[in-house]
Design a protein around this ligand. Sequence first.
Ligand SMILES: Cc1cc2nc3c(=O)[nH]c(=O)nc-3n(C[C@H](O)[C@H](O)[C@H](O)COP(=O)(O)O)c2cc1C
Length: 323
Amino acid sequence: MTDLSVTVAGVRFKNPVIAASGTFGYGGEYGGIIDVSRLGGICTKGLTLNPRPGNGGLRLWETPAGLMNSIGLENPGIAAFIEKELPRMRKLGPVVIANLSGSGIEEYTEGARLLNETSIDMIELNISCPNVKAGGMSFGLDPESAASVVGPVRKAASAKPLMVKLSPNAPDLAAVALACVRAGADALSLVNTFKAMAIDVKNRKPVFDNISAGLSGPAIRPLALRMVWELYAALGAAEGAKAGAAQGARAEGPAKPAVPLVGLGGIARAEDALEFLMAGAAAVQVGSATFAHPAAMIEIIEGIESYMRRKGIEKIGELSLRG
Ligand SMILES: Cc1cc2nc3c(=O)[nH]c(=O)nc-3n(C[C@H](O)[C@H](O)[C@H](O)COP(=O)(O)O)c2cc1C
């Protein structure tokens, strides 16, 4: 029997494939195109306390094997999400993950408090958006500022599992991740987009009004995979060292991290998802690939299942190379 289900931060997903924030609307938008109920989970577009119109100017720009975006967290605000989108989303079937953003700690905390009262299954705390001037990624770049948001959000959303979405732009990703875990994160997702830039040479000006934008898609996959691999070892080692010190003995190498990692960045095929699962991710998210090929996630689920059958692997966790 092949069992595709996974449990992340106490939440059961029927398979490990989750639609990434900002690339799948609220799920219903794809209802006429694919069977959305087959997905493991859906992350909403980044939600903020108040509605946001998003950034002006050009918002999307293709690069070789990649996509740059500068959406700027356009969304209807959390109250409108709760009233209009959430009831529709709940009916779709997959696990519902609310991606929470904000420009300051109070805004994040108030948003978390509102979401805590709803039927969502999990919060994904976005401290890694590179496309907003205030808040967003600036919180995810160093350990202290990351903990300064995760702690209050953890308290405000005490009834909900909390996954923190990390930025690949952090100079010391492991230090930020550890700070998030110590501040109460139940899971970590990585990565958000890489800060990048493009110049329109025809018109001799930067493509984006904000100058920089976030790079996603297959171009970032090997970088994101390396980050998942290294973070797994770094978190495991930190916990092993703590346990070793508590027992007065030396730790014997990286342990399995206490918090699961959800890997993403450029996943477009089953083989790509398998790479992340083998690197130690408990589940994966798929973003940009859906734009080019809306059935990508369904094919990834089917591809993972047929790989497991061929190899005689019964559970997703057995795919990991991490022992
Ligand atoms: C158009 C677009 C909008 C996005 N909006 C959000 C967002 O609102 N919140 C968030 O956490 N990530 C957002 N992301 C980042 C994706 O969720 C994902 O982390 C990133 O694109 C890497 O995965 P991919 O290469 O599979 O797209 C967005 C990405 C794209 C391309």
